[in-house]
Ligand binder design. Structure first.
Ligand SMILES: NC(=O)N[C@@H](CC(=O)O)C(=O)O
Ligand SMILES: [Zn+2]
Length: 438
């Protein structure tokens, strides 16, 4: 097996070091001189990579990815989504259940798991549906999915809210037995009927139906109470309002077992963009106000929001390049997440925040998903799941040059800081020199 020596790499604030990757693990950090190393490697091939000025992070972990397979292989497949993930610095992604058929049985989650293994570029961890067909009427086979070869630990009806409080309670009770987690798409459906964007001055001006902040906040408030009552784990998907951050903050202070995610787009973009009527900006939950963006950034920095998750939502051209009202909600995220977050945190903190990025984009999501091989510190003996970033480089986003099968990125033409140079999965490069290895 080929060994890799990353020379002069930055490891989270520490002085530059040499990092040796061999047999799937980090074999040594700065422990051997190159000559000793060469002698110890007889028989193996050693690839030396000049990593001066590059930063190594534990491989990124995405808690919220839509891979669209099975069912919409014209928008994305497990393979194309895996390529996009590896290029974005990810070594693991959690695949949402809103496929066709829905991932609500052991058979479907095992299929997605197997497709991920076959692609071999990131660990694809399926999320199981909470209710049969995402219909919100009866619980899916949570136990069978948990016990399947895919060992599902996160369940979500994402795209839909589990709005029946009794079902939500039962789901929380059920997963508590194996320390699973319910990831809620918080949207009170009666308050979002006809909604097309954030309810506020822009929706009033454009004449588009509004999704008020309270539609999200009312469900989060209810669900933290249910999670507290049951003593089970709740995860809140794509938090988008300042009020939601406050509810989660208070719940955490009371000791409720709640975690939360924010997307890169909710950290950067606002509802003003809808004025263009360009459906690339249509997403659920909708882009909100400047004040919401500020509160989400603060919540992320303080840790009230535990993770950045992409909500990578590829859509085929015919579902996106149409009139706003008919367009599907959702935007791409995997290949631009790290640059967006790097830029946002440079804005907020004035310098690079690698410790924060490592925690919010790798360590915390790996812990929430129970992915023990991911989000580990880059020390000798750890699995070699890592990504190498050039913080001085910039990328310009070209929607059609992305690895994703779809092109619905809201960042087209934007120049963003940070370039993913390489990604390693269990010691094998999935990306080298910014290109996918297979
Ligand atoms: N975020 C979106 O706007 N869309 C997601 C579903 C979801 O995450 O709600 C999708 O599946 O397209
Ligand atoms: Zn959602």
């Amino acid at each position: 097996m080929t060994a890799y020596l990353l020379q002069g790499v930055s490891l989270l604030g520490a002085a530059p070091a040499d990092l040796l990757i061999r047999d799937g693990v980090i074999a040594a950090v700065k422990a051997t001189t190159l000559e000793e190393l060469r002698r110890s490697l007889t028989g193996d091939e050693l690839v030396e990579i000049d990593a001066t000025g590059l930063v190594a992070l534990p491989g990124l972990v995405d808690l919220h990815t839509h891979l669209r397979e099975p069912g919409r292989e014209d928008a994305e497949t497990v393979h194309t989504g895996s390529r996009a993930a590896a290029l974005g610095g990810y070594t693991a992604v959690c695949a949402m259940a809103n496929t066709a058929p829905v991932a609500d049985t052991a058979g479907v989650v095992e299929q997605v798991f197997r497709l991920g293994r076959e692609a071999g570029l990131v660990d694809v961890q399926p999320i199981g549906a909470v209710t049969v067909g995402l219909a919100g009427e009866r619980l899916a086979e949570l136990g069978a999915m948990a016990e399947s070869a895919a060992t599902v630990r996160i369940f979500s009806d994402d795209g839909h809210c589990v709005h029946d409080p009794r079902l939500m309670r039962r789901a929380l009770e059920y997963v508590k037995a194996f320390d699973g987690v319910i990831a809620q798409h918080a949207e009170e459906p009666r308050l979002t009927e006809g909604a097309q964007m954030h309810e506020g001055e822009v929706s009033a001006r454009l004449g588009l139906g509004g999704w008020p902040a309270v539609a999200e906040e009312a469900i989060i408030a209810r669900d933290v109470l249910l999670a507290e009552h049951v003593g089970a784990r709740l995860h809140v998907c794509h938090v988008s309002t300042a009020g939601s951050v406050e509810i989660i903050r208070r719940a955490k202070e009371r000791g409720v077992r709640v975690t939360a995610e924010v997307t890169p787009h909710h950290l950067l973009l606002t509802h003003e963009l809808a004025s263009s009527y360009d459906p690339v900006y249509k997403v659920n939950p909708p882009l909100r106000t400047d004040a919401d963006v500020a509160a989400l950034r603060q919540g992320l920095i303080e840790g009230v929001i535990d993770v950045v998750a992409t909500d990578h939502a590829p859509h085929a051209a015919q579902d996106k390049e149409c009139e706003w009202a008919y367009a599907r909600p959702g935007m791409l995220g995997l290949e631009t997440a790290l640059p967006i977050v790097l830029g946002v945190l440079r804005d907020e903190c004035g310098s690079d925040s690698w410790e924060l990025i490592a925690d919010r984009m790798s360590i915390a999501p790996a812990r929430i998903a129970g992915l023990a091989e991911h989000g580990r510190p880059l020390t000798a003996g750890s699995p070699a799941n890592l990504t190498l970033i050039d913080p001085a480089a910039r990328i310009t986003v070209d929607p059609h040059a992305l690895a994703s099968l779809s092109a619905n990125t809201p960042y087209a033409g934007m120049t963003l800081p940070g370039r993913i140079v390489a990604t390693f999965l269990r010691g094998v490069p999935t990306v080298l020199d910014g290109k996918v290895c297979k």
